[in-house]
Structures are given as structure tokens and as C-alpha cells.
Design a protein around this ligand. Structure first.
Ligand code: COA
Ligand code: ZN
Length: 295
């Protein structure tokens, strides 16, 4: 077997990990979390999202979080529409991940528009004056399975979506197993279809984990040559608009497993554990004392 010797982790704890938590972190705690992740050696962090605060109240302080961070070169923010892009432009964030879904029902429930409306928004965004040189990436939710009965995800359709995102300006495409139901065989089929469609564009894989299948899917993706994975501390995370979504693949589990397999990540697992301990403790304390206080 041959696979990459170096893997990049995009830690999505501050965005995906917090977006569906009943307990909230204060803005200062979010900033400290991101600093801790970077100090532990995480090179890319999905720091927040510029979505409607009515849809995801937990991330309503996106601008304030970014304002508290220097050297924003490795920070990503998720956006769902042009308004999100315009908000991102007003901050220092270096990269935005434009989200669409391969599941028509999730696309509707999560974004309140059709896939073609979303892709049109992305095209419009890519044509706007990008005065700060914001990097654009595309994120395809439910790429490896749908949470809804009667919906089947077709690898060819995922590949078509990826091709459109790249044609319009995405420099990287992230394929998400939003509900943790991909299997290694299907993950391989989807990745191969997407690689055929966009052979020159780097891929990232965003995994949620059910029954430990996440690591099986990492193996499948590594064997396809993918070397960027997205995960969250403590296995937190989930989309409030995807029923029964399990947490993200746990970053510590992923990093520990990669190291054990002889793959380099540049991440200090002991420092990462400390960040996770602080985070889980803060969430537990805030659940009782200051829920909703973002000061
Ligand atoms: N940031 C902040 N506010 C936004 C926004 C954004 N990116 N996009 C729209 N809004 C505001 C509008 O200004 C408007 O505000 P108002 O009621 O005060 O006038 C309101 O939201 C409704 O705007 P509309 O365009 O009709 O949005 P919508 O209600 O149809 O929702 C989305 C569409 C895309 C904004 C919403 O579905 C969303 O934020 N989805 C993201 C969900 C998510 O993050 N899921 C997890 C990650 S995959
Ligand atoms: Zn996710």
C-alpha cells in the first residue's frame, strides 16, 4: 500500500464543533481555542462561519472572533451566500469555504435554496472584486450519503458539482460525510469520480464518525492520495439541519492514528489534549453559568 507521508489536518472545532452545541463559548474563549489549536501545530483552522445568526446563533460573533486573531493566513470561514462573502471581505480571514450539498433535501433545509441557486451565488461571488485576494474553496455536504430516505448520492453528481465549483473559482474542494454514513468502498468511488473531474484541484475530506467508520474512510481516502482531512476536538460537531448527524471524527484520534501509521502531521498530541480538556471544561461550565454570553 502506498499513501502520503505527510497529512494536513484542518481542525473545524471552532466552526463545526460549536455550531450545534447547546452550550456556547464566549468570544474570548473561542479566540483562545483557535490560538491553542495553532500552538499545538494545527496548520489550518476553520475558525467560524458567516451564516445567518438566526440559523446558527452559536457563531453570531464571527467578526469579533476574527478581530481577536493575528496572522490570519491559515484561517478559513464557511459562507453560504454572497452576504457571507461580503462579511468575510470586511475581516482578515484568508479563505472562505462556500457550502453546497449533494443531497437536494439537505441543500434546501440547510441553505433554503436549490443547488443551482447556490452555484449561481458562488459564480457571482467569484466574479466580485476580490480586493483582499481571499482564497475560495468549495465544500460539498452529504457527498458520501444522505440522511434522508429515498435519496441516493450519485458519485457522478458529486463530481459534476465539484467541477462547477472549480470552474467558477474554487482552489480546493472539500467532500463532507456530513452524517457519517460513508463506507470505504463508496468513499473511494466518490473520490475517484471527483479526481477524474477535477484532476488538478486538491481535495480535502471532512468526516463525521459513526461506529468508528471514520478511520476506515480515512484509509480509503489516503489510498486515493488525499492528504487533507477535517476533524474536530472531542468528536464535537454536527449539522443542525442534518438529522441524526454524529460528531466529527475526533482530531486526537485521527492524529494519533496517523502518527501510529508513520504519517507526519506536525501536531503535538499532548498540547492538543490540553486544548481539548480546556474546551470541554468550558462548555460544561458555560452550560450552567453563562449560556448565550458572548462578551
Ligand atoms: N450572514 C448574516 N445574515 C445573513 C446572511 C449571512 N450570510 N445571509 C442572510 N442573512 C440575513 C439577511 O440579511 C436577512 O436578515 P433580516 O431578516 O434581518 O432582513 C435574513 O438573514 C434572511 O435572509 P435570506 O436571504 O432570506 O436568508 P434565508 O432565511 O433564506 O437563509 C441562509 C439563507 C443561507 C442565510 C441560511 O440558510 C443559512 O445561514 N444557512 C447556513 C446554515 C449552516 O451554517 N449550517 C451548518 C453548516 S453546513
Ligand atoms: Zn461537518
Amino acid at each position: 500500500m502506498s499513501w502520503p507521508s505527510l497529512v494536513d489536518i484542518v481542525d473545524v472545532t471552532p466552526r463545526d464543533g460549536l455550531q450545534d452545541e447547546p452550550s456556547e463559548l464566549s468570544t474570548a474563549e473561542k479566540i483562545a481555542l483557535i490560538k491553542g489549536l495553532r500552538q499545538a501545530g494545527i496548520r489550518r483552522v476553520e475558525a467560524t462561519s458567516f451564516v445567518s445568526p438566526k440559523w446558527i446563533p452559536q457563531l453570531r460573533d464571527a467578526e469579533q472572533v476574527l478581530a481577536g486573531l493575528s496572522e490570519p493566513d491559515n484561517l478559513i470561514a464557511l459562507i453560504p451566500n454572497r452576504r457571507g462573502f461580503e462579511r468575510a471581505l470586511m475581516t482578515t480571514v484568508a479563505e472562505v469555504g462556500f457550502v453546497v450539498s449533494a443531497s437536494p433535501k439537505h441543500q434546501h433545509d440547510n441553505l433554503n435554496m436549490t443547488l443551482s441557486e447556490s452555484l449561481h451565488q458562488f459564480r457571482t461571488i467569484a466574479e466580485l472584486p476580490n480586493t483582499r485576494g481571499l482564497r475560495l474553496r468549495g465544500a460539498i455536504s452529504c457527498a458520501f450519503g444522505s440522511p434522508f430516505t429515498n435519496e441516493r448520492i450519485d458519485p457522478a453528481e458529486v463530481a459534476t458539482i465539484a467541477r462547477s465549483l472549480v470552474q467558477y473559482g474554487a482552489c480546493e474542494v472539500s467532500l463532507a460525510d456530513t452524517v457519517g454514513i460513508g463506507t470505504p468502498n463508496f468513499v473511494t468511488d466518490v473520490i475517484k469520480a471527483v479526481q477524474d473531474a477535477i484532476p488538478d484541484t486538491p481535495l480535502a475530506i471532512h468526516l463525521h464518525d459513526r461506529f468508528g467508520i471514520g478511520l476506515g474512510n480515512v484509509t480509503a481516502a489516503l489510498l486515493c492520495g488525499v492528504n487533507t482531512f477535517e476533524s474536530a476536538l472531542g468528536g464535537l460537531g454536527g449539522c443542525p439541519y442534518a438529522p441524526d448527524a454524529p460528531g466529527n471524527l475526533n482530531t486526537e484520534t485521527l492524529v494519533g492514528w496517523l502518527h501510529h501509521m508513520g504519517i507526519t502531521t506536525g501536531i503535538d498530541l499532548i498540547a492538543l489534549s490540553e486544548v481539548r480538556r480546556t474546551l470541554l471544561n468550558q462548555l460544561a461550565v458555560n452550560a450552567h453559568t453563562k449560556k448565550g454570553d458572548t462578551a
